[in-house]
Ligand binder design. Sequence first.
Ligand SMILES: C[S@@+](CC[C@H](N)C(=O)[O-])C[C@H]1O[C@@H](n2cnc3c(N)ncnc32)[C@H](O)[C@@H]1O
Length: 259
Amino acid sequence: MNLLHRLFDRFNLKTTIGDSSTRYRVALRDESNRLGTETPLSRALRQAADEEWSDDELTTFARIEVARHQVIANTCPLGAPYKPADITVGRMAERASKGPDEARLLYALTLHQEPTAPLEMGTCCGVSTAYQAHGLPMHSLLTSLELSPILVGAARMVLDLSGADQSKVDIHVGDFADTFKDALGDPAPDFAFVDGNHYFGPTMAYFGALVDVCKPGAMLVFDDINWSDEMKRAWLEIRSHERVAEYADVHTMGVVVLR
Ligand SMILES: C[S@@+](CC[C@H](N)C(=O)[O-])C[C@H]1O[C@@H](n2cnc3c(N)ncnc32)[C@H](O)[C@@H]1O
């Protein structure tokens, strides 16, 4: 067992594989019943369900998790508009970043989807950004959008510590209201992880704008689809949209593939 794996163990980050594995297996079964054929989505679900990771992948996950623990220790306050008023970078990393199980699914989704122009809405401390960045093919550029420059500073540190290739990640600082439209530009996203502003109106607006520009085969991932009644409603509308060819519901995340 190498040093990173020992650290991974020390921080007790092996996580509840059983729970998420069952969720991914159920999503995979439902998806296969609907489609009857292998797709990047089904391959990612299977890999995450079976926890089929190489030693290199486990080392990468361990590095990201060690970086997550470093950022959790960051006591820098975020200030307005974040609440509560004394919330810190570290608390935000603990509260808002994807946990290791679902982050590994995100990694598998980018690995099998092989997007060239992925988009992330909500970088936060860069934990999900790092998992996605490590799954990307060579000539891919991940555009990640984040409001807080303080969080972006933390995210750059997480990306650096995780060994991610920073030339594959372009973080745009600002409100989605100002950055999202440009991020839809040429080329249009072929993968998107929507993880900020979890309300019905904004979520449907982001989905609508993505559907307008994305080509068939684009994969869109929505987080916190069961967080509230309005997010449940948004997810039901999204997955039944006429452009949706495939979907998987993995409890906190909903994934659709466009036709
Ligand atoms: C749930 S966190 C993202 C977590 C991150 N994807 C991860 O798993 O590591 C949501 C992030 O979206 C950002 N955010 C929320 N609303 C935003 C807006 N209107 N414009 C830009 N960023 C926003 C927040 O600052 C926060 O960092």
